[in-house]
Write a protein that binds this ligand. Structure first.
Ligand code: HEM
Ligand code: HEM
Length: 276
């Protein structure tokens, strides 16, 4: 991998920001707020930020970069797809429970539903995330989907995945600000009590985590070797620089040299299996 040190630095910074965010959200609800319970009250509401941060943000972020970890490049693409899909599924489950917690709390306390921009964008993100999951499974896990469809859909899959991830962080920042404004009475938010400063830092950490994940996920040179090949094929119009592609192919995890075999069909099968 090019710039392995930079990759490791970005990865460590991202996981550190993620872990510290999780610690912050737990400390917020356990120390400053009412704790955690499933009783229809404020302690039930508190599951909402906890599950949003740990599941919908942290797990989704890790799911996005899982293909980039160099020590997984020896694993088959299929196994990595299951890990990527599994982590995304887990993130979705956390998000759904986070929704149940806040709706249940609102209904119990006679608070209207879906009045805020936070709730509109938040629920939209959860629904679209569910759709992304279903389409991801349909396209990339069910073996009958034609390879040409898989390749054509991939740029959209990556774009919508990154857009959703970014939106979820923006939604969390709105939620955090709302909660501080609603929850802090004496002293008020504008008087900067310790809770407000602490939770503002949580917001900064979430932005940092998001920024680092997006950085890792958008470096072409940090892709799995087989995926770099596809990228060079696309950017070279499918064959301008075959020597580069051939040398990249020879580095595929199983160590075989598809070009050396001189068999075009075998070569194209290799692409199908490695890339999609
Ligand atoms: C309410 C989604 C994160 C604070 C809501 C509602 C939704 C939602 C759909 C409406 C519930 C209803 O109308 O009954 C999300 C999503 C999040 C997220 C998808 C993922 C990041 C957070 C975070 C906080 C938060 C981190 C911080 C405490 C609130 C508050 C409400 C609320 C205070 C009640 C006021 C309102 O409806 O806007 N959230 N939320 N949310 N959420 Fe979030
Ligand atoms: C790649 C997001 C679900 C299969 C990606 C990437 C993102 C992403 C951002 C680009 C990663 C990179 O360039 O390294 C998501 C989100 C999902 C989801 C947010 C859930 C809501 C799925 C599912 C599958 C899947 C269920 C089924 C296996 C793939 C594949 C790639 C990919 C094959 C290509 C990885 C590569 O570059 O080799 N996904 N994904 N995704 N995703 Fe998903």
């Amino acid at each position: 991998m090019e710039n392995l040190k930079h990759f490791l630095l970005a990865l460590c910074a991202a996981t550190a920001a993620g872990f510290v965010s999780i610690i912050f959200v737990f400390r917020w609800v356990l120390y400053f707020k009412e704790g955690l319970a499933w009783d229809g009250g404020l302690a039930e509401f508190n599951w909402h930020p906890v599950l949003a941060v740990t599941g919908f943000i942290f797990l989704q972020g890790i799911a996005i970069i899982v293909y980039r970890l160099p020590w997984t490049w020896q694993c088959s693409k299929l196994m990595m797809k299951f890990i990527h899909a599994g982590l995304n599924l887990l993130a979705f489950v956390f998000a759904v429970i986070a929704m149940v917690a806040v709706f249940d709390f609102h209904n119990g306390a006679n608070i209207p539903n879906m009045y805020s921009l936070h709730s509109w964008l938040g629920l939209t993100a959860v629904i679209l995330y569910g759709l992304q999951l279903v389409l991801g499974v349909g396209m990339y896990l069910i073996p009958v989907t034609p390879v040409s469809w898989r390749a054509a859909f991939m740029p959209l899959h990556v774009y919508s995945g990154l857009l959703l991830f970014t939106s979820v962080i923006a939604v969390a920042l709105m939620g955090i600000t709302e909660k501080l404004i609603f929850g802090l009475k004496d002293p008020k938010y504008k008087d900067s009590p310790p809770e407000a400063t602490f939770v503002n830092v949580l917001g900064v950490l979430l932005v940092l985590f998001g920024g680092l994940i997006l950085w890792i996920a958008t470096r072409t040179s940090w892709k799995r070797p087989s995926d770099q090949i596809l990228h060079s094929l696309h950017t070279n119009g499918g064959g301008e620089d075959n020597s580069k592609v051939a040398s990249a192919l020879s580095q595929l995890p199983d160590g075989s040299d598809a070009y050396g075999a001189g068999d075009a069909r075998k070569r194209s099968n290799k692409f199908d299996e490695q890339v999609n």
